[in-house]
Ligand binder design. Sequence first.
Ligand code: HSE
Length: 404
Amino acid sequence: MIKVAVLGYGTVGSGVVEVLEKNSEALSKKALDELSVKYILDLRDFPGDPHEDKIVHDYKQIVEDEEIKIICETMGGVGAAYEFTKQALMAGKSVCTSNKELVALHGPELIALAKENKCNYLFEASVGGGIPIIRPINCALTAEKIEVIAGILNGTTNYILSKMEKEGAEFETVLKEAQELGYAERNPEADVEGHDACRKIAILSSLMLGKHVDYSKIYTEGITKITPVDFAYAKAMGMSIKLLAVSKECDDKAFAMVSPRMISAEHPLHMVNDVFNAVFVTGNMLGDSMYYGKGAGKLPTASAVVGDVVDCARHLGKTVTCIWDSEEAPLMDVADAQNKFFFRVKTGNEERVKDVFGNPEAVKLPGVEDEVAYVTGSLTEKDFAQKYEKIADICVGNRIRVGF
Ligand code: HSE
């Protein structure tokens, strides 16, 4: 029997215990041994809970117990979770986590520590919740040179944008509704400003490159400035607006950016709505592939953690290869990145727009007389910013990138 400990009995932690229990028979066969939860670490007590007897408050009890071979870190944060993870790995205990902040910040160090101690640090649940994406990049797609990763990696913002699109509603209104329904956090900043997606694309980019991509250096823009008018134009052009986290390898440098983008109806990411996530991957041999599913929630996320537990159980005493060196991947200067841009201008300024941008494609909305929108050809960010500055006095709304 393989004894497991769970750190944090919150949404994901309790989900991990539930998955291990509900699927225990099948899991025993797949893990080649029975898996049993011995401890659950939490600050709180859970009187009346069926697992009340497993609750402990002192981590020492877990890390010093020889019987514990696998630890599920579902606490979140980068303080105690970091210390506990290091202590576990140094004691030769594998750690499976859903903690994207910790993986994005200390991934290479913890992976190296696992290797030194012949155990594993696995983090399938840290990106895309229940969607398999870490293992595909590390294993199934290992023959590929991955050229592009583009993901809808945040369920909250995808829910808000989908609702704005469907109902023609304002961002603030939909956010408030989402908070009331419990879909959005009371402090929604990490989601709506793109920070959550930024950490997730940093993890995927690091695995794509095998080097560390520092999330704090990734250009990140959230969805707070998107309006129903933007959606009306997107619809007129057969497009939708999604918060996309994009990563590419360009001339030995990594390009990574999180921003809202208009996506054409022909692209598979266009149909990813509500709280769903998807990761679109282009490999040099396979071409395009997409991984789609529930990117958050108790059981989908717990399922990914338990999938890692099984992998650890199958590899006790061995380390599963994961190439993510601590060497920092050089990031391309965002100013040099090429994009197409959508922008809106007050009517009567067509000549000025032409003087500055050449001949961008014009888009008009039926019944709207006081403004016209344009879509540029491919320009560097720097070039676009300089041109846009020249017509700042006649612009309305916000510019949005088109495609990727
Ligand atoms: N806040 C995240 C989301 C949870 O909305 O996708 C999963 O990481």
